[in-house]
Design a protein around this ligand. Structure first.
Ligand code: GRF
Length: 196
C-alpha cells in the first residue's frame, strides 16, 4: 500500500476529500503525514480529527529553505513516504525536496496551466475575463506551476459570474479531480512495480 504525504498551508478542503476517499477505500493508500508551514492553519485540525500525524513548522525558525526542507525530508523518510501531493501548499518546492522525491511530487492548481500560474489564479482568470478556466494537476519541477501536466478539467465562466461563485465552481472540480488523479497515479505505480 502506498504511503503518501499531503502538504497544505490553509483550510485543507482538498486534504479532507482525499482523506475521505482513502477512508471509503476508493484510494488504496495511507496518509503517512500532513506537512504544514502554517501552525495555525485549519488543515491541522482536520488532520488531528482524522488522527493523521502532522509536521508543522514556521519557515522563519530556520535559516534557509535547505534547512527546513532537510527536516521535512527526514520526517518523510521516517514515515516511509513514497509520494507527495501538494494541496494548497503556498511555497515553491526547493532543490532538497526535489532531489529526494523528484518525479513523485504532484500539485493541484486552480487554472488551466500554463495560463495564470502563481498566486490567486482564480482572481487572475476572473480579472482577465476569460470565458473558460479550470483546474490542472501536474508534476512539480523547480519552476512555479510549470511541471508536466497530468490532467485538467475546464469550467465555463458565466456572464453573471462573481469571483466567489467562480471559486466555488473551481473547488468543486478540484474535489473530484484530485482524488481521481491520485487514485490513477497510485494504481499505475503499483502496476509498474514502482510500489506495491
Ligand atoms: C486550492 O484551490 C488549490 O488548487 C490551491 O490552493 C487551494 C487550496 O484549497 N493550490 P484548500 O486548502 O484545499 O481548501
Amino acid at each position: 500500500m502506498s504511503r503518501i504525504a499531503l502538504f497544505a498551508s490553509g483550510s485543507g478542503s482538498n486534504f479532507q476529500v482525499i482523506a475521505e476517499a482513502i477512508q471509503r477505500g476508493d484510494i488504496s493508500a495511507d496518509i503517512a503525514i500532513l506537512v504544514c508551514d502554517q501552525p495555525d492553519a485549519y488543515v491541522i485540525k482536520r488532520a488531528e480529527q482524522l488522527q493523521i500525524p502532522v509536521f508543522s513548522f514556521r519557515a522563519k525558525d530556520y535559516s534557509s529553505k535547505v534547512e527546513f526542507e532537510t527536516k521535512i525530508v527526514d520526517k518523510l523518510r521516517e514515515a516511509g513516504v513514497d509520494f507527495i501531493f501538494l494541496a494548497g501548499y503556498m511555497r515553491l518546492i526547493g532543490e532538497t525536496l526535489l532531489r529526494a522525491y523528484g518525479g513523485k511530487i504532484v500539485n493541484i492548481h486552480p487554472s488551466l496551466l500554463p495560463a495564470f500560474p502563481g498566486k490567486d489564479a482564480i482572481g487572475q482568470a476572473f480579472n482577465a475575463r476569460v470565458k473558460i478556466t479550470g483546474v490542472t494537476v501536474h508534476f512539480v519541477d523547480e519552476g512555479m506551476d510549470t511541471g508536466p501536466i497530468i490532467d485538467q478539467e475546464s469550467v465555463r465562466v458565466a456572464e453573471d459570474e462573481t469571483r466567489e461563485s467562480l471559486q466555488e465552481k473551481i473547488q468543486k472540480i478540484e474535489h473530484t479531480l484530485y482524488p481521481r488523479v491520485i487514485k490513477n497515479l497510485l494504481t499505475k505505480a503499483v502496476v509498474e512495480g514502482t510500489k506495491k
